[in-house]
Design a protein around this ligand. Sequence first.
Ligand SMILES: *Cc1c(COP(=O)(O)O)cnc(C)c1O
Length: 395
Amino acid sequence: MKRLVYADNAATTPLSPRVLEAMLPYLREAYGNPSSLYALGQEAKEAVEQSRAAVAQCLGAQPNEIYFTSGGSESDNWAVKGTAHLLAKKGKKHLITTKFEHHAVLHAMAALEKEGFSVTYLDVHENGVVLPEELEQALREDTALVSVMYANNEIGTIQPIAEIGAVCKRHGVLFHTDAVQAVGNLTIDVKAQNIDMLSLSAHKFHGPKGVGALYLRRGIPLANLIDGGAQERGRRAGTENVAGIVGLGAAIQEACGDMAARAARLTAMRDRLIDGVLKIERSRLNGDRARRLPGNANFCFEGIEGESLLLMLDASGIAASSGSACTSGSLDPSHVLLAIGLPHAVAHGSLRISLSGQNTEEDVDFLLEKLPPIVARLRAMSPLWEDIVNGKSIS
Ligand SMILES: *Cc1c(COP(=O)(O)O)cnc(C)c1O
């Protein structure tokens, strides 16, 4: 069989075999509805509550602060729109976020702008990190919510979440963080970090797709996004995705259980990869070198189109990404790379390699063997490349 190195774990991760095993009974014999009072229903309810406890434990939260959703996008929409719609009634119609959030937050914000809310988009600077003092300056009397992602999905940079949480607390403003890329990779303690709301998604840490959670600090008011039955204590209607929730619980236990050792191993692999790739002439690493997710490396190669690079890597048995999975397929430059100040011409040509605990040193060897000759071949075919090496910069 042809070798495949899967290096796109920021887009999604392979399901852990143990997670699949944990889920199977709930797709087969234990199919009850958790709202049913007979034993079959109560068995399903019990499994959902065990997962809730596992999620809470990983975040330093209480189980009754965890609400299951259909994934990261729903959790983000719920936190942002639910807060905005409730606090607008108190005259608070200003929101703060950053220029490089996931589209689930950015497009939720854009929808609110159309409804008459005003939104401040903070800069993330060249290294891809938000400055808490700039956030503090952006706060207004009518600010309802601050939403800053924990770690960026394209360039992997980690934000000063505890400092941001402290600023929000000092000013009495609610703080939401999209932690979809952080869970299982970085230590999270919602109480110590003053996080009021946090989004996570199972398929980013070897769980199933289509299931996630929102942590909502006890006592925080939030308008419902999905109305209907009384599931999730009346705050998120719909019959529970029992097998998915069981998978989420098993995956978060696995991911948080051996996080420190895995992060150390991944960081060493990532750094070896970065050192090797930066030997390619006219290449650069995007985002801060040290303050980044253990498995994330994001590069630009002058004179190279991201899309052609991906196709050639695919033909060599490497699955990676250009920009984010949501935007590849379109020729738009990445909003994240534009936010850190890269010119349009360069922002087209990025390569994101994202490793997970299932990757090996041999995978890194394979990437370092295949990538440089592909870059060289594409440059040899590029009409721009000669201009670049002769000093006629394209950007
Ligand atoms: C993947 C991702 C999302 C969306 O999560 P889904 O479960 O796929 O809806 C949101 N935010 C970030 C940072 C992500 O990486």
